[in-house]
Design a protein. Sequence first.
Lengths: 123, 123, 123, 123
Amino acid sequence: MTTDSLKELDKRHKQFVDDRNWQQHQSPKNLTMALTVEVGELVEHFMWLSREESWKIEEKKKDAVAEELADCLIYLTRISGELGIDLVAAAHEKCERNERKYPVEEFQEGYRRPHEYKDKDKY
Amino acid sequence: MTTDSLKELDKRHKQFVDDRNWQQHQSPKNLTMALTVEVGELVEHFMWLSREESWKIEEKKKDAVAEELADCLIYLTRISGELGIDLVAAAHEKCERNERKYPVEEFQEGYRRPHEYKDKDKY
Amino acid sequence: MTTDSLKELDKRHKQFVDDRNWQQHQSPKNLTMALTVEVGELVEHFMWLSREESWKIEEKKKDAVAEELADCLIYLTRISGELGIDLVAAAHEKCERNERKYPVEEFQEGYRRPHEYKDKDKY
Amino acid sequence: MTTDSLKELDKRHKQFVDDRNWQQHQSPKNLTMALTVEVGELVEHFMWLSREESWKIEEKKKDAVAEELADCLIYLTRISGELGIDLVAAAHEKCERNERKYPVEEFQEGYRRPHEYKDKDKY
């Protein structure tokens, strides 16, 4: 039975890696490259779609997308595992920083995108 | 109080997005691009390091890496959220497929890397 | 005076690298990571834009985009240089393969995108 | 007969695109995604290799790598073409900026990598 826990997921994948003598190749450096590859495969599903089409992909394609997302998550947890980083805690800390960085009152009218606020003096 | 749950994380980030009128920009297509950007920022920390150095990064750099990993996780959960994909379940399914694809007995001697098995007839 | 030649460009960048004792770090492996980083920076300029907006970026942003494209080209030529690959010749060979793979008569009616032809039996 | 010219390459690829009614999909936004995909495919060839191995790939693999590099170059020139950017000129300008940014006298002793100079106050 599986839960929503990333620690359980990484434990499982780490065992898979150790059982195959791959530990030596799983440096954070190499794992970031593996993540790059999976993100490329994910992007491939969306590159020629319109914004609207990207929400309405058919079931077969959704399964393929889910598999790429899964690969990305596995490598993210592996990198975090190798470096002793608590990934979900880090994500909540980042949410807090974002909530402060983009004050909600700045985005109440119209449609100001993140980069139009953050980079407003840049371009 | 935070737990290890990705559903809680995505709920939080989705609220952050909705509060700022960004929902319309959060198409799966755009979110895969945002993920690409964050992965690039992650890779930047490791590109000139040796394999060994990539395991031993100093604390300040580790914090910066944790922030990039966090951004990646946030976008991964957002893509999954927009498409109605259970990301952790998908990752466990992928683990199962991997466990079947790379039989443990094929990797007991020497150091055969994934691509040397998978692509053994390719090159 | 500069020409349109990539060989000249790579010679110049190679000299820059050698003058700074960086040659040892310019393995094809590391250079593909550097390319990943630059592509991420390029994508950042376009991720929240609509298709139409992406054609009409203002001059200041275009300069920033040109700089990212330049970085990508520099790393592409460096990887090719390290591996002894003639990049432009390889691109023309790829064009030839593409011209055969996607026969022009298959795309005369309607708007069939590459993946709708290539993957027509996939989804 | 082909030369080392990127303008000629882009003209050829643009013709290929126009002949297949794909022009509408070739927004700079979409093309940056296509570039991401190709870079992922390139990285895949190097992710589990050591630095040294990445210089000594066998001929068959080198052909596959050349094809990925070619795809990257094609999309780089397409993005530049769509935006009216002179890619090689931009690369030479970037070389000039780099030459000023990393003064040669700062790198004469030992092995100081770019990020150790640029980020020296960062970590």
